[in-house]
Design a protein around this ligand. Structure first.
Ligand SMILES: C[S@@+](CC[C@H](N)C(=O)[O-])C[C@H]1O[C@@H](n2cnc3c(N)ncnc32)[C@H](O)[C@@H]1O
Length: 311
Protein backbone atom coordinates (compact mmCIF):
# COMPACT_ATOMS: atom_id res chain seq x y z
CA UNK A 1 0.00 0.00 0.00
CA UNK A 2 1.46 3.42 -0.91
CA UNK A 3 1.64 6.29 1.60
CA UNK A 4 -1.45 8.13 0.29
CA UNK A 5 -3.64 4.97 0.40
CA UNK A 6 -2.34 4.15 3.88
CA UNK A 7 -3.15 7.65 5.13
CA UNK A 8 -6.62 7.60 3.51
CA UNK A 9 -7.44 4.28 5.20
CA UNK A 10 -6.15 5.55 8.55
CA UNK A 11 -8.29 8.69 8.32
CA UNK A 12 -11.42 6.64 7.55
CA UNK A 13 -10.96 4.17 10.40
CA UNK A 14 -10.09 6.77 13.01
CA UNK A 15 -12.23 7.08 16.16
CA UNK A 16 -11.76 10.84 16.09
CA UNK A 17 -14.60 13.20 15.08
CA UNK A 18 -14.93 13.73 11.36
CA UNK A 19 -17.24 15.61 8.93
CA UNK A 20 -20.92 14.94 9.60
CA UNK A 21 -22.18 16.51 6.35
CA UNK A 22 -21.44 15.70 2.73
CA UNK A 23 -20.20 19.02 1.41
CA UNK A 24 -19.52 20.18 -2.13
CA UNK A 25 -15.77 20.70 -2.41
CA UNK A 26 -15.19 18.71 0.80
CA UNK A 27 -11.51 17.96 1.35
CA UNK A 28 -11.68 14.50 2.95
CA UNK A 29 -10.38 12.73 -0.16
CA UNK A 30 -7.69 15.30 -0.80
CA UNK A 31 -6.37 15.42 2.78
CA UNK A 32 -3.58 12.88 2.23
CA UNK A 33 -2.16 15.14 -0.48
CA UNK A 34 -2.61 18.31 1.57
CA UNK A 35 -1.11 17.10 4.85
CA UNK A 36 2.53 17.04 3.62
CA UNK A 37 2.09 20.71 2.65
CA UNK A 38 1.20 21.88 6.16
CA UNK A 39 3.67 24.27 7.82
CA UNK A 40 6.39 22.68 9.93
CA UNK A 41 5.60 25.32 12.59
CA UNK A 42 2.58 23.16 13.47
CA UNK A 43 4.86 20.34 14.59
CA UNK A 44 7.23 22.58 16.50
CA UNK A 45 4.37 24.02 18.57
CA UNK A 46 4.80 27.62 17.33
CA UNK A 47 1.19 27.71 16.13
CA UNK A 48 -1.32 28.36 18.91
CA UNK A 49 -4.42 29.23 16.93
CA UNK A 50 -6.16 27.60 13.94
CA UNK A 51 -8.63 29.58 11.80
CA UNK A 52 -10.68 28.14 8.93
CA UNK A 53 -12.84 30.85 7.30
CA UNK A 54 -14.60 28.64 4.68
CA UNK A 55 -15.40 25.73 6.97
CA UNK A 56 -17.92 23.79 4.83
CA UNK A 57 -17.81 20.16 5.99
CA UNK A 58 -14.58 20.89 7.89
CA UNK A 59 -12.33 18.00 6.79
CA UNK A 60 -9.11 19.92 7.53
CA UNK A 61 -10.47 21.34 10.80
CA UNK A 62 -11.37 17.91 12.15
CA UNK A 63 -7.99 16.53 11.20
CA UNK A 64 -5.91 19.40 12.62
CA UNK A 65 -7.95 19.86 15.79
CA UNK A 66 -7.50 16.19 16.68
CA UNK A 67 -3.83 15.86 15.73
CA UNK A 68 -2.31 19.10 17.08
CA UNK A 69 -2.64 21.16 20.24
CA UNK A 70 -4.17 24.61 19.75
CA UNK A 71 -5.16 27.06 22.45
CA UNK A 72 -7.78 28.51 20.11
CA UNK A 73 -9.86 27.10 17.26
CA UNK A 74 -12.01 29.37 15.07
CA UNK A 75 -14.30 28.20 12.29
CA UNK A 76 -16.52 30.38 10.14
CA UNK A 77 -18.58 30.38 6.97
CA UNK A 78 -21.04 32.73 5.30
CA UNK A 79 -23.76 30.05 5.19
CA UNK A 80 -26.23 30.65 8.07
CA UNK A 81 -27.69 27.16 7.77
CA UNK A 82 -24.28 25.51 7.94
CA UNK A 83 -23.21 27.59 10.94
CA UNK A 84 -26.50 26.75 12.65
CA UNK A 85 -25.54 23.05 12.33
CA UNK A 86 -22.21 23.54 14.08
CA UNK A 87 -23.80 25.73 16.75
CA UNK A 88 -26.63 23.33 17.56
CA UNK A 89 -24.22 20.38 17.76
CA UNK A 90 -22.11 22.47 20.13
CA UNK A 91 -25.07 23.51 22.30
CA UNK A 92 -27.64 20.76 22.09
CA UNK A 93 -26.33 17.52 20.65
CA UNK A 94 -28.58 15.20 22.70
CA UNK A 95 -31.81 16.86 21.57
CA UNK A 96 -30.50 16.86 18.00
CA UNK A 97 -29.85 13.11 18.28
CA UNK A 98 -33.46 12.54 19.36
CA UNK A 99 -34.80 14.33 16.27
CA UNK A 100 -32.36 12.49 14.03
CA UNK A 101 -33.24 9.10 15.53
CA UNK A 102 -36.93 9.75 14.79
CA UNK A 103 -36.17 10.83 11.22
CA UNK A 104 -33.90 7.83 10.57
CA UNK A 105 -36.57 5.48 11.96
CA UNK A 106 -39.42 6.93 9.86
CA UNK A 107 -37.20 6.75 6.79
CA UNK A 108 -35.82 3.25 7.27
CA UNK A 109 -39.09 1.60 8.28
CA UNK A 110 -41.04 2.50 5.16
CA UNK A 111 -41.28 1.67 1.46
CA UNK A 112 -39.21 3.47 -1.17
CA UNK A 113 -42.28 5.43 -2.45
CA UNK A 114 -43.04 6.62 1.06
CA UNK A 115 -39.39 7.52 1.56
CA UNK A 116 -39.63 9.86 -1.38
CA UNK A 117 -42.82 11.41 0.05
CA UNK A 118 -41.13 11.85 3.42
CA UNK A 119 -38.12 13.50 1.77
CA UNK A 120 -40.29 16.07 -0.03
CA UNK A 121 -42.40 16.69 3.09
CA UNK A 122 -39.28 17.42 5.15
CA UNK A 123 -37.85 19.53 2.35
CA UNK A 124 -40.95 21.75 2.18
CA UNK A 125 -41.07 22.09 5.99
CA UNK A 126 -37.41 23.08 5.91
CA UNK A 127 -38.10 25.68 3.21
CA UNK A 128 -41.36 27.08 4.52
CA UNK A 129 -40.70 27.34 8.20
CA UNK A 130 -37.27 28.91 8.25
CA UNK A 131 -38.13 31.60 10.81
CA UNK A 132 -40.62 30.03 13.21
CA UNK A 133 -38.97 26.61 13.41
CA UNK A 134 -37.17 25.14 16.42
CA UNK A 135 -33.46 25.48 15.56
CA UNK A 136 -32.43 21.97 16.60
CA UNK A 137 -35.25 20.44 14.58
CA UNK A 138 -34.17 22.51 11.57
CA UNK A 139 -30.60 21.21 11.86
CA UNK A 140 -31.89 17.62 12.10
CA UNK A 141 -33.84 18.23 8.88
CA UNK A 142 -30.77 19.65 7.19
CA UNK A 143 -28.62 16.63 8.13
CA UNK A 144 -31.44 14.34 6.97
CA UNK A 145 -31.82 16.15 3.62
CA UNK A 146 -28.05 16.23 3.13
CA UNK A 147 -27.84 12.43 3.42
CA UNK A 148 -30.96 11.53 1.46
CA UNK A 149 -30.88 14.04 -1.40
CA UNK A 150 -29.41 13.52 -4.83
CA UNK A 151 -25.60 13.48 -4.76
CA UNK A 152 -25.47 14.68 -1.13
CA UNK A 153 -25.46 18.33 -2.01
CA UNK A 154 -26.57 21.23 0.08
CA UNK A 155 -27.43 23.90 -2.40
CA UNK A 156 -29.74 26.88 -2.04
CA UNK A 157 -31.56 28.49 -4.95
CA UNK A 158 -31.69 32.23 -5.62
CA UNK A 159 -34.48 32.64 -3.02
CA UNK A 160 -32.49 30.78 -0.40
CA UNK A 161 -34.54 27.55 -0.68
CA UNK A 162 -33.15 24.00 -0.60
CA UNK A 163 -34.06 22.57 -4.00
CA UNK A 164 -32.03 19.39 -4.46
CA UNK A 165 -34.24 16.41 -5.48
CA UNK A 166 -34.60 13.03 -3.76
CA UNK A 167 -31.65 10.65 -4.01
CA UNK A 168 -32.26 6.95 -4.41
CA UNK A 169 -30.04 5.28 -1.83
CA UNK A 170 -30.80 1.81 -0.54
CA UNK A 171 -29.83 2.27 3.07
CA UNK A 172 -28.46 5.71 3.75
CA UNK A 173 -26.98 6.22 7.20
CA UNK A 174 -28.25 9.67 8.04
CA UNK A 175 -26.09 10.24 11.09
CA UNK A 176 -23.57 8.63 13.37
CA UNK A 177 -24.37 9.31 17.03
CA UNK A 178 -20.83 8.61 18.26
CA UNK A 179 -19.38 10.98 15.70
CA UNK A 180 -21.86 13.74 16.57
CA UNK A 181 -21.06 13.41 20.29
CA UNK A 182 -17.31 13.52 19.56
CA UNK A 183 -17.92 16.55 17.34
CA UNK A 184 -19.92 18.26 20.10
CA UNK A 185 -17.00 17.71 22.48
CA UNK A 186 -14.54 19.23 20.05
CA UNK A 187 -16.85 22.18 19.39
CA UNK A 188 -16.92 23.05 23.12
CA UNK A 189 -13.48 24.56 22.58
CA UNK A 190 -14.21 26.09 19.17
CA UNK A 191 -15.41 29.57 18.32
CA UNK A 192 -18.09 29.33 15.59
CA UNK A 193 -18.81 32.43 13.53
CA UNK A 194 -21.19 33.20 10.67
CA UNK A 195 -19.37 35.78 8.58
CA UNK A 196 -17.73 36.70 5.33
CA UNK A 197 -14.09 35.52 5.18
CA UNK A 198 -12.72 39.08 5.53
CA UNK A 199 -13.76 39.10 9.19
CA UNK A 200 -11.02 36.55 9.88
CA UNK A 201 -8.44 39.35 9.68
CA UNK A 202 -9.19 39.95 13.36
CA UNK A 203 -7.33 36.73 14.21
CA UNK A 204 -4.08 37.44 12.41
CA UNK A 205 -0.81 37.09 14.24
CA UNK A 206 2.44 35.13 14.06
CA UNK A 207 1.07 32.21 16.06
CA UNK A 208 -1.94 31.62 13.80
CA UNK A 209 -2.38 29.17 10.93
CA UNK A 210 -5.15 29.83 8.39
CA UNK A 211 -6.45 27.32 5.87
CA UNK A 212 -8.61 28.82 3.12
CA UNK A 213 -10.78 26.59 0.99
CA UNK A 214 -13.05 29.02 -0.90
CA UNK A 215 -15.55 28.01 -3.57
CA UNK A 216 -13.29 27.13 -6.48
CA UNK A 217 -13.00 29.40 -9.46
CA UNK A 218 -14.73 27.47 -12.30
CA UNK A 219 -12.14 26.01 -14.67
CA UNK A 220 -14.54 26.15 -17.57
CA UNK A 221 -17.85 27.86 -18.25
CA UNK A 222 -19.73 24.58 -17.84
CA UNK A 223 -18.20 23.75 -14.47
CA UNK A 224 -19.53 26.90 -12.83
CA UNK A 225 -20.44 25.15 -9.62
CA UNK A 226 -20.00 28.15 -7.38
CA UNK A 227 -23.49 28.71 -5.98
CA UNK A 228 -22.93 27.65 -2.38
CA UNK A 229 -24.43 30.90 -1.16
CA UNK A 230 -27.26 32.75 -2.80
CA UNK A 231 -24.90 35.15 -4.53
CA UNK A 232 -22.14 32.77 -5.64
CA UNK A 233 -18.43 33.51 -5.39
CA UNK A 234 -17.09 35.58 -8.26
CA UNK A 235 -13.67 36.56 -9.55
CA UNK A 236 -13.95 39.78 -7.57
CA UNK A 237 -14.29 37.66 -4.41
CA UNK A 238 -11.15 35.72 -5.38
CA UNK A 239 -9.39 39.08 -5.70
CA UNK A 240 -10.75 40.18 -2.30
CA UNK A 241 -9.44 36.95 -0.84
CA UNK A 242 -5.98 37.47 -2.34
CA UNK A 243 -5.89 40.95 -0.74
CA UNK A 244 -6.72 39.42 2.64
CA UNK A 245 -4.00 36.79 2.09
CA UNK A 246 -1.46 39.59 1.57
CA UNK A 247 -2.59 41.44 4.71
CA UNK A 248 -2.40 38.30 6.82
CA UNK A 249 1.03 37.52 5.42
CA UNK A 250 2.24 40.98 6.52
CA UNK A 251 1.05 40.19 10.03
CA UNK A 252 3.16 37.04 10.08
CA UNK A 253 0.40 34.42 10.01
CA UNK A 254 1.03 31.06 8.32
CA UNK A 255 -1.31 30.61 5.34
CA UNK A 256 -2.47 27.83 3.08
CA UNK A 257 -5.10 28.15 0.35
CA UNK A 258 -6.66 25.68 -2.10
CA UNK A 259 -8.20 26.51 -5.44
CA UNK A 260 -8.74 25.15 -8.91
CA UNK A 261 -5.91 25.28 -11.42
CA UNK A 262 -7.11 27.34 -14.40
CA UNK A 263 -4.27 25.92 -16.49
CA UNK A 264 -6.03 22.55 -16.65
CA UNK A 265 -8.16 24.10 -19.35
CA UNK A 266 -6.20 27.07 -20.56
CA UNK A 267 -2.40 27.03 -20.18
CA UNK A 268 -2.38 30.82 -20.62
CA UNK A 269 -4.77 31.55 -17.78
CA UNK A 270 -2.58 33.26 -15.19
CA UNK A 271 -5.39 34.50 -12.92
CA UNK A 272 -3.95 32.98 -9.71
CA UNK A 273 -0.30 33.19 -10.80
CA UNK A 274 -0.74 36.97 -10.93
CA UNK A 275 -2.81 37.32 -7.77
CA UNK A 276 -0.31 35.33 -5.71
CA UNK A 277 2.86 36.22 -7.63
CA UNK A 278 4.93 36.99 -4.57
CA UNK A 279 4.16 33.63 -3.03
CA UNK A 280 5.42 31.63 -5.98
CA UNK A 281 4.88 28.44 -3.95
CA UNK A 282 2.16 27.08 -6.12
CA UNK A 283 2.01 23.30 -5.96
CA UNK A 284 -0.40 21.20 -7.91
CA UNK A 285 -2.01 18.08 -6.54
CA UNK A 286 -4.13 15.59 -8.38
CA UNK A 287 -7.81 15.50 -7.43
CA UNK A 288 -10.59 13.20 -8.50
CA UNK A 289 -13.32 15.74 -9.19
CA UNK A 290 -16.54 14.57 -7.55
CA UNK A 291 -18.68 17.38 -8.93
CA UNK A 292 -18.42 18.36 -12.52
CA UNK A 293 -21.23 19.58 -14.72
CA UNK A 294 -19.82 17.49 -17.53
CA UNK A 295 -19.88 13.84 -16.39
CA UNK A 296 -17.39 12.92 -19.11
CA UNK A 297 -14.79 15.16 -17.62
CA UNK A 298 -14.77 13.54 -14.19
CA UNK A 299 -11.30 12.37 -13.41
CA UNK A 300 -7.95 13.64 -12.32
CA UNK A 301 -7.21 17.31 -12.61
CA UNK A 302 -4.56 19.34 -10.89
CA UNK A 303 -5.42 21.83 -8.17
CA UNK A 304 -3.53 24.71 -6.66
CA UNK A 305 -2.20 24.94 -3.15
CA UNK A 306 -0.77 28.32 -2.27
CA UNK A 307 1.27 28.80 0.88
CA UNK A 308 3.28 31.69 2.30
CA UNK A 309 5.91 29.43 3.90
CA UNK A 310 8.62 27.21 2.52
CA UNK A 311 8.40 24.35 4.98
C1 LIG B 1 -15.14 24.53 -0.93
S1 LIG B 1 -16.29 24.80 0.34
C2 LIG B 1 -15.30 24.40 1.74
C3 LIG B 1 -15.21 22.91 1.87
C4 LIG B 1 -14.51 22.45 3.14
N1 LIG B 1 -13.10 22.74 3.11
C5 LIG B 1 -14.73 20.97 3.37
O1 LIG B 1 -13.76 20.20 3.58
O2 LIG B 1 -15.90 20.54 3.36
C6 LIG B 1 -16.45 26.54 0.39
C7 LIG B 1 -17.27 27.14 1.54
O3 LIG B 1 -17.17 28.57 1.44
C8 LIG B 1 -18.37 29.14 1.94
N2 LIG B 1 -18.41 30.54 1.45
C9 LIG B 1 -18.82 31.01 0.24
N3 LIG B 1 -18.65 32.35 0.17
C10 LIG B 1 -18.12 32.75 1.36
C11 LIG B 1 -17.70 34.00 1.90
N4 LIG B 1 -17.80 35.13 1.20
N5 LIG B 1 -17.16 34.02 3.15
C12 LIG B 1 -17.07 32.87 3.89
N6 LIG B 1 -17.47 31.66 3.43
C13 LIG B 1 -17.97 31.59 2.19
C14 LIG B 1 -19.45 28.22 1.42
O4 LIG B 1 -20.62 28.35 2.20
C15 LIG B 1 -18.75 26.84 1.54
O5 LIG B 1 -19.09 26.23 2.76
Amino acid sequence: MDYISYLSAKLRSSDQPRPFLKWAGGKTKLLPQLLPLLPSALKTGQIKRYVEPFIGGGAMFFYLATHYQFSELVISDVSKELILCYTMIQQNVEELLQYLTELQKSYTETTSEKREELFYAIRSRFNQQAKQQCKVERVAQMIFLNHTCFNGLFRLNSKGGFNVPFGRYRNPKIFNATNLRLTAKLLQKTEIICADFEKSLAFADKATFFYFDPPYRPISKTSAFTSYAKDGFKDQDQVRLAKLFHKLHKRGAKLMLSNSDPQNNDPNDDFFAKLYAEFSLITTVKAARAINANGQKRGKVSELVITNYFS
